[in-house]
Design a protein around this ligand. Structure first.
Ligand SMILES: [Zn+2]
Length: 296
């Protein structure tokens, strides 16, 4: 079990049809295990991911790089480098790099951050969109990928800016306002093909306008789940995070995904799983579970 960022390879690669994808490790965070598993009792979840002495569990900040035929696409951006020491201690952030571990992982996969054409945000929580922007040496916060277009659901951006008391600790303005100021957003509505082979699929519940990402090539599909199912331990339908704003909506999003994933043998990519980057559902299991031998 991963307890340190060094336990995870910076980049793991595979192919979906003729498209190459890379699981990039942008660091770790440590979050309250109870909050991560909602109504699931601790004796059940701690068998899957053991907690530390503060009841926290390690979570990856895994992003996905897609070598689509028409564009190099980065899905989610980790936490970034803008937060102060207090924040980093509270959330147990380990993402040191040049300037963060995400950029190191992009280079490990054979690219430079400036090669990214499209940054695709599943939603705008700080552990998914924090690396959208970086603080430079002059202390100025600017887009981390100035040559890229940034994509998110239009309603997710509106929601992030609404900042009510229940959501505002998760939506930090510095992660989206500089992108707006630079005019870099391409806002989308619903299910859309972003570039050849890369589609966004609304999977609401965690937030009302959360989206997952499908990579399709030939007969193969990979699905970057994001927070509809953050780790492989969250595969069972009722294992839903306490953070989710609409857990019953998450339940139906997952039910629909697992039906399609089984039928089409999708490769499922987990953003926060502390060890497993991806796997495929076992078609013979009565509950959603990963097939042995096809996990990495
Ligand atoms: Zn989230």
């Amino acid at each position: 079990m991963t307890r340190d960022i060094q336990d995870l390879p910076l980049s793991r690669s595979t192919t979906v049809g003729s498209i190459r994808i890379h699981a990039l490790e942008a660091g770790l965070q440590w979050l309250d295990g109870g909050a991560m598993f909602g109504v699931v009792p601790k004796p059940l979840w701690e068998r899957r991911i053991p907690a530390d002495d503060r009841n926290r569990i390690p979570l990856a900040l895994r992003c996905m790089l897609v070598e689509a035929p028409g564009a190099l696409v980065l899905v989610d951006t980790g936490i970034g480098n803008k937060e102060d020491e207090k924040f980093r201690v509270i959330y147990g952030v380990q993402n040191e790099g040049t300037p963060t571990r995400l950029e190191d992982a992009i280079r490990q996969a054979g690219f430079e951050p400036s090669d990214i054409d499209i940054v695709l945000d599943t939603h705008l929580h700080f552990d998914h969109a924090g690396g959208n922007t970086l603080r430079d040496e002059d202390g100025r916060v600017r887009p981390a990928f100035p040559g890229a277009r940034y994509v998110v659901q239009e309603a997710e951006l509106v929601f992030a800016k609404s900042r009510n008391e229940r959501i505002r600790a998760s939506y930090l303005e510095a992660n989206h306002a500089p992108v707006t100021e630079a005019g870099l957003w391409d806002l989308v509505r619903g299910e859309v093909e972003i570039t050849e082979g890369v589609h966004v699929l609304p999977t609401p519940g965690h937030t009302p306008h959360h989206q997952s990402v499908l990579v399709r090539s030939g007969a193969e599909t990979a699905c970057f789940l994001a927070d509809v199912c953050p780790t492989s331990a969250h595969l069972p339908l009722p294992w839903i995070m306490g953070y989710d704003l609409e857990p019953l909506v998450t339940l139906e999003s997952k039910r629909g995904l697992w039906t399609r994933a089984r039928e089409e043998d999708w490769l499922l990519v987990f953003e926060h799983d502390p060890t497993t980057a991806w796997g495929r559902l076992d078609p013979d299991a009565d509950k959603p579970a990963l097939r042995e031998g096809v996990v990495a």
